[in-house]
Structures are given as structure tokens and as C-alpha cells.
Design a protein around this ligand. Sequence first.
Ligand code: ADP
Ligand code: 5GP
Length: 251
Amino acid sequence: MAGILFIISAPSGSGKSTLVSELRKQVTGVDFSISWTTRQPRGSEQNGREYYFTDREEFERMIAAGEFLEHAEVFGNYYGTSRRSLDEARRLGHDLILDIDVQGALQVRKTMAEAVSIFVMPPNPKVLRTRLRNRSRAEGQVNEAELYRRLSEASKEIENYGEYSYILVNDILDRAVAQLEAIVLAERFYRNGEPIAFRSGRVLEVAAACRQSNSQERLKPVLEAFGILNPSGQQQLNFDDDPDDEQDSPE
Ligand code: ADP
Ligand code: 5GP
């Protein structure tokens, strides 16, 4: 049975690593592609677990040797997916998840049109800021400049949502995890005829509701909050001054 390639993109801090790790607790046969990066490890990150950490010289040597399926510069660092991850998942017949940015997703879609792409959105900019800040605090390193840089890129990344097959709004974590699981099971059912053991009708319904083509109403408030559906056509981020004012939904 052929494995399915899933691409998942989101503004930094939206919760995609959390969603992917929760998904992998529920669904077997889904591998995660460990990317290469030149950024420094954060908090408890370990080489070979979250990323393979390397330097620019080595990364550029790997680019020249054609070792990457895709690579991009994001927030001033290189990130890339090695071809080896894909080969290994194919050999095992496993599905593979790539957690990559919008530039990388574009490169992969060009060569692998069969990939299933999923875009994750935070519900609004204030929640995104709270999540980024909480994550930095938990990692013991709040870097205001880096935080601001990631926040200010968010709406540009969200503008690309129309290129993705499915959209998740990660508001309540359990619901977003169930939606991601439904997408994976529905794609296995449609592509490989793999039966869905439990509540199959419900799973297909949940996945269908997350299709980008069925998501316009659900997305409207999110796009407005990020200034993407502003009638004047101007980008207008709705942050306010107090960084501690927003309660995020509990995990
Ligand atoms: P990303 O991988 O998209 O950069 P993370 O998965 O690291 O984001 O999540 C950023 C922060 O937000 C983490 O501290 C995580 O625990 C938290 N988080 C993720 N999803 C939710 C959610 N639905 N509700 C509240 N907090 C969340
Ligand atoms: P972070 O530094 O927060 O781990 O990741 C920053 C951004 O880089 C995120 O949007 C993430 O999806 C993206 N990213 C992580 N790995 C890769 C990769 O291999 N290729 C590309 N193009 N982007 C990646």
C-alpha cells in the first residue's frame, strides 16, 4: 500500500507541532519528517528528534549535492527536508508528514501534486501572540525581536491558505486534533480503500467540512482578525498593547 504525503504549514506558534504529536499518539503508520535547520536548538529540543541542527556551510553543501526535496530560508535560517525521509517512508509504506513553511510547500506541490496539504490557522493574532510568548517562557528564552518577527510574518503566511486542500483553525486543541485525525483517515479511505473502523460516516463528514472549498464561513472571522479580509484592502493586525491580556483556551 502506498503511503500518503501530508504537508502541514502554519504561522509559527499556531500549534502545528502540538497537533502532529497528538495525531501520532492516536494514529499509527504516520512518520514525521525530521527537517534540517541552521537555527539554534530551542529549550529542550534535541538533535535528531525535533530537527537535525547543522551550520550554513554543511547545509549549503547538502543543497549543492541535491540532498533536499525542498529547502527555504525562514526567519533568517535555512530549513530543508531531506530526500532520505521520503525514501524511507516509501520503503516502509508509511504515510509521511512534512511540517514545512509556505515556500517549501509550494516546491513540494510542484513535483508531487498528489500530496495532501493542510494549513493550520490560529483563531486570531492575540491568541497567536499569547502562544508564542508562552512557548518562549516555557523554553526559558523570551526574545522579543524574534517574537515580533514571527508575529509580523503570520498574516503573509495566512494569505497563502487558498493553496492548501484542507484548513484547520486550531482554537480548541481536542477539536483540531480530531479534525486532523479525520483528514488522515479520510484520505487513507479515499486513496487506499483503507476501512475506517469507527464512526466512518462522521469521520468523512468532519474531514469534508475542513476542505478549503467548504471553509469560507468558518474562516471569515479569522481572516478578518488578521486584516486579510479588510474591506479597505489594507493589512491591519489587531494586536493591542498589553501582552498578558489574552486567555488562551486550555490544552
Ligand atoms: P508551531 O509548531 O505551529 O510553531 P507549537 O505546537 O509549538 O506551534 O505551539 C505553540 C504553543 O501553543 C505551545 O506552547 C503549545 O503548547 C500551545 N498550543 C498549541 N495548540 C494550542 C491550543 N489549541 N490551545 C492552547 N495552546 C495551544
Ligand atoms: P521553527 O523555527 O518554529 O521550528 O520553524 C519555523 C518555520 O520553519 C515553520 O513555519 C516551519 O514549518 C518551517 N520549517 C520547518 N522545517 C522546515 C523544512 O524542512 N522546510 C521548510 N521549507 N520549512 C520548514
